[in-house]
Design a protein around this ligand. Structure first.
Ligand code: GLU
Length: 516
């Protein structure tokens, strides 16, 4: 038997910005497709028009592009042989399948109005129960199973609104072989008669995704755990449409959990604890509310993707740093956990820090240029904006930051002379007798023919020796004099980078202020 080509889809509903859990679903689909040389498809499931949010579709496309996990088929990615990939545009296709199920006795028309349904729900709630449209209740309701043929015809002729519902049998065991959870057995008695086609002629998710997965030759449906309870109804729909042998293999991914406590990770947790839950910034078109994204917070897409991959999966080894190609090579469903994955915002930063440290300093320098220029209002021809200067600054700052944008704050003294001097260090270390030493050092440094770390080091040591001072007495003060701060990047590297003229000017200025 020839192996079927692997085809997976990411099928978000455009109801808002893509949550990072959604991005992880897309990522696992992508990894699985790439590992097997298959297709990764983007399908927009927008049949619930009441929940449509303008801008959400573009956001999804842009987020996938930023992450580097681009579908090779589907909306926004050049389409493909099964277009359209926006479900609402496929609307006319779905009715025939719903009608086919009615004709074969596996579905029925239901005329219950939204008000009647609401009343039934409320009544059940007041008895501390949940209303379920199913084998136990359907014969007391307004549908083509309970009503006579004549009554049904009359309602249809009068143009009364109706939905089509799946007729779920009683007393059956429905078995699902989930790629992550293994065999899961459901009793059909707990499955309700799901709506397949709504009164506006739009299919629900349940019907639409099945028809589309079938028509688009999807081999694996990899999706969030929240869909597991609906899976038995889906098996029945496949079966009744005669497609069971083509049913995609199911894989239900574990939930992303709050960093603290239990429960699903939500936007509120991000707001509360100060981390983004969305890949990109999002402005809610209805409320105007802004939510921040990983991209705008300064995360590298590689770090974000690497971090996401580990939320629910591990390679089975200690290795944590994986490029996208490596993830593709190592990915498998066997190493996805069943239990929810606790999100750790500190770990996310750790991944970014790692990627920053392994980025070439020249690249980092180029990245921070315009930010530095604007922040410190530096003229274009100033040497601090030269590639050489920025590369060296980045090299010095690299071990001390987690994000590129932190370089300008952490290392502000590399771009701007200090205005203040660490008072704690000054109070502890400054003695009036040190003035002649620093003046002597300033002169010696200014006289150096080559301003390089080795010579600078040598000059500091010999000047200190001639004043009978130990390094412990002067080094931190020298740092404060040059940078204003008691701690920071490598001192000699900083002095060399700032240069002879700047160091001399900074020393004059500091010595006129400190100890006065
Ligand atoms: N539209 C569904 C969602 O947004 C897709 C679920 C699936 O992948 O089947 O969750």
């Amino acid at each position: 038997m020839t192996q079927k080509r692997i085809r997976v889809r990411f099928a978000p509903s455009p109801t808002g910005p893509l949550h990072m859990g959604g991005v992880r679903t897309a990522l696992y689909n992508y990894l699985f497709a790439k590992k097997h040389g298959g297709d990764f498809i983007l399908r927009i499931e927008d049949t619930d028009q009441g929940r449509f949010v303008p801008g959400a579709e573009d956001y999804i496309i842009e987020a996938l592009k930023w992450c580097g996990i681009e579908p090779n088929e589907g909306l926004g990615f050049g389409d493909g042989p099964y277009a359209p990939y926006r479900q609402s545009e496929r609307k006319p296709m779905f009715r025939q399948y719903a009608e086919q199920l009615v004709s074969s006795g596996h579905a029925y028309y239901a005329f219950d109005t939204p008000e009647e349904m609401d009343a039934l729900r409320k009544q059940a709630e007041s008895n501390k129960q949940t209303f379920s449209y199913d084998a136990r209740t359907r014969m007391q309701l307004q549908n083509s199973l309970a009503l006579s043929e004549a009554e049904v015809k009359q309602r249809m002729d009068n143009g009364m609104a109706y939905v089509i519902r799946l007729k779920v049998p009683q007393g059956e065991s429905i078995i699902i072989n989930d790629l992550i959870r293994g065999e899961v057995v459901f009793q059909s008695d707990i499955v309700d008669d799901k709506v397949l086609l709504k009164s506006d002629g739009m299919p629900t998710y349940h019907l639409a995704h099945i028809v589309d997965d079938y028509l688009m030759k999807i081999t694996h449906a990899v999706r969030g755990e929240e869909w597991l309870p609906s899976a038995p109804a889906h098996v029945l729909i496949y079966r009744y449409l005669g497609w069971e042998s083509d049913m995609p293999q199911l894989a239900h991914l574990p939930l992303l959990l709050k960093p603290d406590g239990n429960g699903k990770l939500s936007k509120r947790d991000g707001d509360r604890l100060g981390f983004p839950v969305f890949p990109l910034d999002w402005n809610d078109p209805f409320t105007g509310e802004k939510s921040s994204g990983y991209r705008e917070r300064g995360y590298y897409p590689e770090a974000f993707v690497n971090m996401l991959a580990f939320l629910g999966w591990n390679p089975g080894t200690e290795q944590e740093i994986f490029s996208l190609e490596e993830l593709c090579a190592h990915f498998s469903f066997e190493h996805i956990h069943k239990a929810g994955a606790k999100f750790d915002p500190e770990k996310a930063k750790w991944f970014n820090e790692h990627y920053l440290r392994t980025t070439e300093s020249s690249e980092l320098g180029a990245h921070i240029k315009s930010d530095v220029q604007q922040t410190f209002n530096i003229a274009e021809d100033n040497r601090r904006l030269s590639a050489d200067y920025l590369t060296k600054a980045a090299e010095l700052l690299k071990p001390r930051v987690q994000f590129e944008h932190e370089m300008k704050t952490t290392g502000a003294y590399l771009f701007q002379a200090p205005d203040t001097y660490d008072e704690t260090v000054v109070a502890k270390k400054w003695k009036p007798e040190l003035r002649p030493f620093f003046e002597g050092l300033q002169a010696a440094l200014a006289a150096l023919p080559a301003f390089e770390t080795a010579h600078i080091d040598e000059t500091i040591k010999s000047t200190a020796a001639s004043f009978n001072l130990k390094p412990g007495e002067i080094m931190q003060l020298l740092r404060v004099i040059v940078s204003g701060q008691g701690g920071g990047v490598d001192l000699l590297g900083m002095i060399e980078l700032l240069g002879q003229t700047e160091i001399s000017e900074r020393m004059t200025r500091a010595l006129s202020r400190i100890g006065q």
